[in-house]
Design a protein around this ligand. Structure first.
Ligand code: MG
Length: 367
């Protein structure tokens, strides 16, 4: 079996609600209303189709599409799609000089997911079964209801919807220019929801060390479950110092771009809960290695976004313990995974089990 053709598209999907986080506010960007979704369809000479995808928000979608079309896709033509490790190494080393992290691994991730889709279809099994079949569903927390541009009462309404579905809790964005506002908001939310509700906070890399430490102590007092991305992702040593001083678990990983960047955090004892993004680390193939080193370090893995693909990791592997419910890409899929009793079930059809229809591609196609 060989890869015969690769088609690629860029979709632009509307978000259910416009979003503002510390990473998209002030001089770091603007509010977002849509998400960009590069999609690839790899066809084999046997007539199998593998579908893969990536994501970008704010900018970068066309750059990803160009990398797929012009540089990476052509390398795969004529290759055996089952050789995902060899093909990942080939794609990475041929392009490493222009993108060790960032655009290149993110573009590779869409192709890598399509190869895994084909592998599952060849075996007649959903991907999570190929990975190890740890469980049939994984717990989710609500993550699309706590943006900086929402009022406390809007956050409470959104939280109620999630909690009524049995989700294990909610995550709230923090990182206002005045951190006192964040303290006030989380305090009000905690009082309204009660002491037993699982609430995590996410600062999207906003603060310097002194502010991060001060706010971490506030969030500890408020009983928050984890403290996500308190400082810039480049500051491994700063996060190690912070983790040493705080009791609240430090969660991060979404902005890290490789197995090696995540390994640096583990080696420095700078992270408690690891949140790799399957797109940003280069796809499912490198994610498996990340899950293994986290397993060995006894650090739970909670994948960032991309729940439609990451559900296979959470259901396949013991180290990947839960998922972030963020339905940004859901409308692209004919058969998106469903939440029942607060858990997302893995698809049972062969491959990734998603299916992006030609009608959907036409409806949302940007390039
Ligand atoms: Mg985050």
């Amino acid at each position: 079996m060989i890869i015969k053709t690769i088609e690629s598209y860029l979709l632009e999907l509307p978000l259910a609600r416009p979003i503002v986080a510390a990473i998209t506010s002030g001089d770091r960007g603007a509010a977002c209303n849509t998400i960009l979704m590069p999609v690839v369809r790899i066809a084999t000479d046997d007539g199998l189709i593998g579908e893969g995808f990536a994501w970008a928000i704010g900018a970068g979608g066309k750059t990803l599409l160009t990398a797929i079309r012009e540089d990476l896709g052509p390398i795969l033509i004529g290759e055996n799609p089952l050789d995902n490790e060899r093909l990942w190494e080939t794609l990475y080393w041929k392009t490493q000089a222009v993108g060790r992290v960032g655009v290149i691994p993110q573009a590779i991730s869409a192709l890598d997911l399509a190869l895994w889709d084909i592998k599952g279809k060849v075996c007649g099994q959903p991907v999570f079964k190929l990975l190890g079949g740890m469980r049939d569903s994984a717990p989710v927390y609500g993550s699309d209801g706590g943006w900086l541009n929402m009022s406390v009462s809007e956050i409470l309404s959104a939280s109620e919807v999630y909690l009524n579905q049995g989700m294990r809790g909610i995550k709230i964005k923090v990182g206002h220019e005045d951190p006192g506002i964040d303290r006030q908001r989380i305090d009000e939310i905690r009082r309204a929801l009660g002491d037993d509700v699982w609430i995590a906070v996410d600062a999207n890399q906003k603060w310097d060390f002194a502010t991060a430490l001060k706010m971490g102590r506030e969030f500890e007092q408020l009983g928050c479950a984890w403290y996500e991305e308190p400082m810039t992702c480049e500051d491994v040593h700063g996060h190690a110092r912070l983790a040493e001083k705080l009791d609240i678990p430090i969660a991060l990983g979404e902005t890290l771009g490789s197995l090696h960047e995540i390994n640096a955090y583990l080696r420095a004892d700078a992270v408690d809960i690891v949140q790799p993004d399957i797109t940003r680390v280069g796809g499912l193939t490198p994610f498996l290695k990340i899950a293994s080193i986290c397993h060995a370090a006894h650090r739970p893995v909670e994948p960032h976004l991309m729940m439609e693909a990451s559900v296979h990791l959470a259901c396949g592997l013991p180290a990947v313990v839960g998922l972030e419910y963020m339905p940004w890409l859901t409308r692209a899929f004919a058969e998106p995974p469903v939440v029942e009793n607060g858990r997302l079930s893995a698809p049972t059809t062969p491959g990734l089990g998603l299916n992006i229809t030609p009608e959907t591609i036409e409806q949302y196609r940007l390039a």
